[in-house]
Structures are given as structure tokens and as C-alpha cells.
Ligand binder design. Structure first.
Ligand code: TXA
Ligand code: MG
Length: 346
């Protein structure tokens, strides 16, 4: 199969029309969202959904998110709309918040991996919304990476993983947020299953205190119940060993320097994920500046593209722990997953 890439700007109308047509015919189209690129297909068609799992090499017990263009579209997908969902949709939709609630009968088991619930979100991106609207159906879309790899934040990333496997990529340039949506379960006390573009603090400002799944910042124990199947798999992993060094900033920088020297003396190449504030510590060493420590949104925006760029070109990536507050929580969640939870204490 040949993979076409259409500009979401200069080929806007043609791209939307072709994309919607492909989706209605059961094919897969990659499209940009404000978080990461998605791999979209007809979310009500088990065959089309099956093609997504195949293209990604995704384990079929990991459910998908249905994407809608209007808030009212959720009505057909859930058994009802709980008041707390309405409150959140009014504030955060369209936007990077995915809500999980009990599914209606029209949602195929292939989408939910057999779960009684379905995840729904309304993305805040012109191209995504135009595509979903033109397709006229809920679009099932996981991140457009091959399973296990860092999520794609540019059309080029999608092409690296999906060339020859899907017919069309809509290129809308780099994604603004750079990490996926926040997944919030509303089947009981509201509970964050995956931190993302909408922070815990932002949600709590609207509906009061929410719970946080224990799998967000720590490795799941074998015996623990998996709330979101996606959390049990190695994720976002580049072709390099990622090590996160935890502790107070200055001690972290010193430990990273000594680890760097140790690995180099053993013949391994190393790269440090530095911030604007810490780059001077690493003078003379290989480092990339991922963002500003005081603006965790900048760290999120560049994490996946940094991991992809370094993949295969360095043996070891040494990363600094950042405070897991605000957008820093999503950043640390993705970084720890990329590291397979390999950490060192400074
Ligand atoms: O920002 C995003 O959410 C992107 C863009 C494309 O919209 N999509 C995305 O999809 O990240 P995916 O499939 O890569 O991640 C979906 C996550 C997985 O961790 C999955 O286990 C969880 O949502 N999930 C989906 N349905 C669920 C459900 N019914 N219950 C619990 N977790 C669910
Ligand atoms: Mg994903």
C-alpha cells in the first residue's frame, strides 16, 4: 500500500474529503490532534477497528478512544451522561481530556477490548474536527505510533512507523501539547488513569478532589488490578536505555555526570536530557535541551520528539526527574514509562 501525505493547510479540502471517504470505507487515516497524531478508523465497525490493531501491532486487550466532533455525539456512545461529565465537557471540550463511562450497545467490543466502558474525547484541532465531522461517525483513534514506540508529534514520525501500512496521513505540523490526553474514569469516584494535557489541578478546580491511579508514577505490581490496560505495557520506548535520576536538582546533575563518565568508560555512548536551567552543568558532554524546568508544558511538548531523535543514535539516555505537578505529572509518567521505571536516587 502506498502512503500519501496531504498537507492539512494547502490541501485542506481534498485531504478532509479523501480522509473522510477512506474512513467511511473502513480504512485508516492518520491525523493531527492538539496532543499527538492519531490513527483513525470507523469506531462503530469492528473490521475497521481490527485494522488499527494490525497496523500498530497493538495487543487487542488495550481499548481505544472514540473521537467525536460535538459534545452531543457522546449521548449515543454512553448509557447516560453523568452530571460530572457534563461539567467537565463544558469546561474542557474540545480539548485533551478523555472521559471513560459505561458504553451503549452500539459501541463494538473490539473498541473497548471487552470492557463495559468506553473512552471518549473531543479533540481541539481544526483538522481533526473537520475530518470527524466529514466522516459523520465516531472515530476510534490510538496514537499513530507502532505499539511500544514514542507517540508521534509530527507527520514525519507517523510516516516512520506507518509507511506502507495506511493509505493517508494528514500533515498538520507539530502537535502543540506533545503528550496524550488525560484519561479520567467516571464510573465511580473520578479517577485519573493517565495524566495528560489537562492537569489534575485543572480538573480539581472544576469538580473537586479526584483520585490518581497508582500506576501513574510507579510500576504496577504483578498482583495489582489493571484499571487501564494500556498501563501494563512498555511504552514510549526509544531504541536506547533510558535512566531517570531522582532527587534534588544539583545532586541529580552530579549523579548524571558520574553515570555518564562511568558508561563512557565502559564504551557506551550517552546523551543527557537537560533543561535550560541545568545545561551549564553538562558542559563538554552530549546533551539535548528538552525545555524549561519552570514550564513543564515545554518539556511535554518536546519529550517524544527528543526520544525519537535519540533512538538508535545513543546507547544510554540520562534524564533528570522533574516535579510531578501540573503538566510535570504527565511528563514524569511518560518519562518513567520510557525508562521502563529504571531510576537512580541521587
Ligand atoms: O491524546 C490522545 O488521547 C491520543 C489522540 C490520538 O487522541 N490518543 C491516544 O490513544 O493516546 P491511545 O490508544 O494511544 O491511548 C488510550 C489510552 C490507553 O492507555 C487505554 O488503555 C486507555 O486510554 N483506555 C481506553 N479505553 C479505556 C477504557 N474503557 N477504560 C480504561 N482505559 C481506557
Ligand atoms: Mg498510545
Amino acid at each position: 500500500m502506498k502512503t500519501e501525505v496531504y498537507s492539512a493547510v494547502s490541501q485542506k479540502e481534498n485531504g478532509t474529503r479523501l480522509g473522510a471517504d477512506l474512513i467511511r470505507r473502513g480504512q485508516i487515516v492518520a491525523f493531527p490532534t492538539e496532543t499527538v497524531y492519531g490513527l483513525g478508523a470507523n469506531g462503530l465497525d469492528p473490521g475497521a477497528v481490527g485494522r488499527i490493531f494490525e497496523a500498530k501491532g497493538r495487543p487487542n486487550d488495550n481499548p481505544l478512544i472514540l473521537h467525536v466532533a460535538r459534545k452531543s455525539d457522546v449521548k449515543a456512545l454512553w448509557t447516560s451522561i453523568p452530571p460530572v461529565a457534563r461539567q467537565l465537557m463544558d469546561v474542557f471540550w474540545p480539548g485533551p481530556l478523555t472521559l471513560v463511562y459505561f458504553k451503549s450497545d452500539i459501541v463494538p467490543d473490539e473498541v473497548t477490548a471487552g470492557l463495559p466502558t468506553v473512552a471518549v474525547r473531543c479533540p481541539r484541532h481544526k483538522t481533526a474536527l473537520a475530518l470527524i465531522r466529514a466522516a459523520g461517525l465516531p472515530v476510534a483513534a490510538p496514537s499513530a505510533n507502532a505499539s511500544g514506540k514514542p507517540s508521534p508529534t509530527t507527520a514525519q514520525h507517523v510516516l516512520e512507523d506507518m509507511d506502507g501500512k495506511i493509505p493517508l496521513i494528514l500533515d498538520g505540523g507539530p502537535c502543540k501539547i506533545g503528550v496524550e490526553s488525560t484519561v479520567l474514569s467516571l464510573t465511580g469516584t473520578p479517577r485519573i488513569l493517565r495524566p495528560g494535557g489537562v492537569t489534575k489541578e485543572m480538573i480539581e478546580a472544576v469538580i473537586g478532589e479526584v483520585q490518581l491511579s497508582s500506576a501513574v508514577l510507579a510500576k504496577l505490581d504483578q498482583s495489582e488490578k489493571v484499571e487501564s490496560p494500556g498501563m501494563k505495557y512498555r511504552h514510549y520506548a526509544p531504541d536506547a536505555e533510558v535512566i531517570v535520576v531522582k532527587g534534588e536538582a544539583r545532586a541529580v546533575a552530579n549523579r548524571i555526570k558520574s553515570e555518564y563518565e562511568h558508561y563512557e568508560s565502559c564504551g557506551f555512548s550517552c546523551t543527557i536530557l537537560a533543561t535550560e536551567q541545568t545545561k551549564t552543568f553538562y558542559h563538554g558532554k552530549n546533551y539535548v535541551i528538552i525545555g524549561d524546568r519552570d514550564e513543564p508544558e515545554t518539556l511535554c511538548a518536546r519529550l517524544f520528539s527528543c526520544l525519537r531523535r535519540l533512538s538508535g543514535s545513543t546507547d544510554v539516555i540520562l534524564a533528570e526527574e522533574q516535579p510531578a505537578v501540573g503538566a510535570g505529572m504527565a511528563f514524569m509518567n511518560r518519562l518513567l514509562h520510557a525508562a521502563g521505571f529504571k531510576t537512580l536516587q541521587a
